[in-house]
Design a protein around this ligand. Sequence first.
Ligand SMILES: NC(=O)c1ccc[n+]([C@@H]2O[C@H](COP(=O)([O-])OP(=O)(O)OC[C@H]3O[C@@H](n4cnc5c(N)ncnc54)[C@H](O)[C@@H]3O)[C@@H](O)[C@H]2O)c1
Length: 504
Amino acid sequence: MTALDLSSPVAVVGTGTMGQGIAQVALVAGHPVRLYDAVADRAREAAAAIGARLDRLVEKDRLTAAERDAARARLTPVDDLAGLAGCALVVEAVLERLDVKQELFRALEGIVGEDCLLATNTSSLSVTAIGGALRNPGRFVGLHFFNPAPLLPLVEVVSGFATDVTSATRAYETARVWGKTPVACADTPGFIVNRIARPFYAEAFAVYEAQGADPATIDAVLRESGGFRMGAFELTDLIGQDVNESVTHSVWQSFFQDVRFTPSLAQRRLVESGRLGRKTGQGWYDYRDGADRAEPHTAEKHQPPAYVVAEGDLGPASELLAMIREAGIQVREEEEDHGTRLVLPGEGQLALADGQTSVEFRDVVYFDLALDYRKATRIALSASQDTSPQALSEAIGLFQALGKDVSVIGDVPGMIVARTVARIVDLAHDAVAKGVATEEDIDTAMRLGVNYPLGPFEWSRRLGRSWACSLLDDLHQRDPSGRYAPSLALYRHSYATEKREGAS
Ligand SMILES: NC(=O)c1ccc[n+]([C@@H]2O[C@H](COP(=O)([O-])OP(=O)(O)OC[C@H]3O[C@@H](n4cnc5c(N)ncnc54)[C@H](O)[C@@H]3O)[C@@H](O)[C@H]2O)c1
């Protein structure tokens, strides 16, 4: 099944933020595009706004003046839904309400031909439920664009329970011809991106709620150590706390209040108090004129230790040994069956975050996971009230000698990056096992949809597949609510890996 012919007309219903973006994409690809909005004149205004954006593309040399003129001539606002007769595809981007969308599609079925593909851009409603209102739900599909649609490449092509393969394939191929990167997914809450990204926000908020660190420190660690483009606090201030919370809430409700998706109390308080982020001048941060910029906690200079003793294998952090040597600090390696730690001269120990707390051991300082220890510019350390000042000081001095800023956070098991990545990896495995999407499409979706530096499966392969499961097991023992319980899929995966490794 091929993509829609570029000569066939495409309709966009609802010409707000998303409708305008989607219309621009279809138009620039070459289709004649018709716009309809329930509010009088809005489709005409949208056509003018799209025209102005095409002008800017010409100024930036991304479109020729002739191409712009031709595109403008292909764009038609219509005053009546009946004006969409003869379209080959209708993409709906109206109000996010099931009854409104169902009523619209019921009306459209009486207007467009039998072979017209019908698509919704819904973010949080069930494609199956919207399609349930149709006589022929087989031709109904989700086409979930991201905002701003002309710039962001990802499109989730969502098959509802009744969507036929031909329609899904046609929508997928059409998105590709439009220059997008489509991924196929099943109709489950949050589709791919909004489902698997939840822990990115939830774990940062949880560390904050546990008094582990302040937003500026958590954001800095996520960026400078985790390799994420933005931290969870600054990103939700940009998105809008109300918008971000409503996605979380909808995913949580749609999964029948699954504890893994529980919304954050701290975020609730922000929303209740009207601190919605940049748009209201205050969110997690203060954006008002003259407000102080919040800085992350960064430790003062400490002396590096003269040597460290490496016991066993540091796993995902093993690159640190070479870096420590290069910094002129002696590394004595000792074979230890069970050890995965660096012993410091004062007998304190440094261990990679593993889901346990520092207080459970004598003088253990945990360090957080980094995407790449060489490129990381900051490392978080966690210690308990019982950790000796010498152990903490030597640990800080060691990472400073490697050129890192050091943030000391509270004794939070799994720290910041490690628990976040482990949960993302877990949800990704769970999603594949539940038939939501393939590993490859999930990796693509998370890289393109939310700019993750690695897809969850790429990350999982780098970390060793039992790493996330073992960390979550430890977290689950310390918080038995079920929030951290590794999924059956992750268990299966890590045990299969262990067996394979044992056999080889
Ligand atoms: N904004 C985002 O970041 C984003 C991203 C992905 C998906 N979505 C989804 O896209 C859809 C639209 O979101 P938006 O942000 O563009 O909303 P918006 O409020 O900017 O625009 C909605 C438009 O739909 C019109 N409308 C409402 N009911 C209508 C009807 N019955 N018939 C015709 N037009 C009608 C409104 O007049 C308005 O112009 C929603 O389903 C939303 O969940 C939004």
